[in-house]
Ligand binder design. Structure first.
Ligand SMILES: C[S@@+](CC[C@H](N)C(=O)[O-])C[C@H]1O[C@@H](n2cnc3c(N)ncnc32)[C@H](O)[C@@H]1O
Length: 206
């Protein structure tokens, strides 16, 4: 299966059409909130923002957010949700339709770069390095990757067949003198009840 733009666009269009309430109720990611809630708000990038739950949480907590995804349907839904929350929150968000396999963030631009559960077309290390290039000195890179197999059962997870960011790829990709890892570990998945997530929080040395 190819997890390309057409695949995601079709999936988002169907999901938003068939289950809009379920999508609207999906809370922002608990790992993200736990790891970044104490950071002072600045400029964040949400790479692969989907329907925008994390972007909206960040904006509601004072962050200016650039939110990138290649699904036009997901972005349209996210934008209208932001507008419904009011002009103050909506004005803090820039929605960008872009393909993260080639889209590169502006260099050293973001105090926080979030990339959650994005399937990588190509090498995971190259993806980590592309995302890391957008983090400002002193800024934070926070990434989650769903592992393709549940180590407890050996069964495939929802990410089977995908390449997502792993602890190994993040550690290999980031230059140790330039990055301090606060978290680089696998944790049981809080939602869906199966599998583990790679959890990465790294600070770029100022
Ligand atoms: C599993 S969803 C995760 C969405 C959100 N980050 C979350 O945690 O709920 C993956 C998202 O990444 C987007 N995506 C996948 N590959 C992408 C790419 N190459 N460029 C931009 N967006 C991509 C999909 O459209 C989808 O919204």
């Amino acid at each position: 299966m190819s997890y390309d733009r057409a695949y995601w666009e079709q999936l988002w269009a169907k999901t938003l059409r068939d289950h809009p309430d379920k999508v609207a109720r999906r809370p922002p990611n608990a790992e993200l909130i736990a790891e970044v809630a104490s950071l002072p708000p600045g400029h964040a990038l949400d790479a692969g923002c989907g329907h925008g739950a994390e972007t909206l949480w960040l904006a509601a907590h004072g962050w200016k957010v650039t939110a990138v995804d290649f699904s036009a349907s997901a972005l349209a839904h996210a934008r209208s949700t932001a507008e419904a929350l009011g002009s103050e929150i909506a004005a803090r968000i820039s929605w960008v339709e872009g393909d993260l396999s080639t889209w590169t963030p502006p260099p050293d631009a973001f105090d926080l770069l979030v990339c959650l559960y994005v399937h990588v077309a190509g090498s995971a290390e190259a993806m980590v390095q592309r995302m890391a290039s957008g983090v400002a000195p002193g800024g934070t890179l926070f990434m989650l990757g769903h592992r393709p197999m549940d180590p407890a059962t050996g069964k495939p997870t929802a990410a089977a067949g995908q390449v997502q960011i792993s602890v190994e790829s993040a550690v290999a990709a980031l230059e140790p003198r330039a990055w301090e890892f606060a978290v680089a570990e696998e944790r049981p998945r809080a939602i869906a009840g199966t599998g583990v997530d790679a959890v990465i929080r790294a600070r770029r040395v100022p």
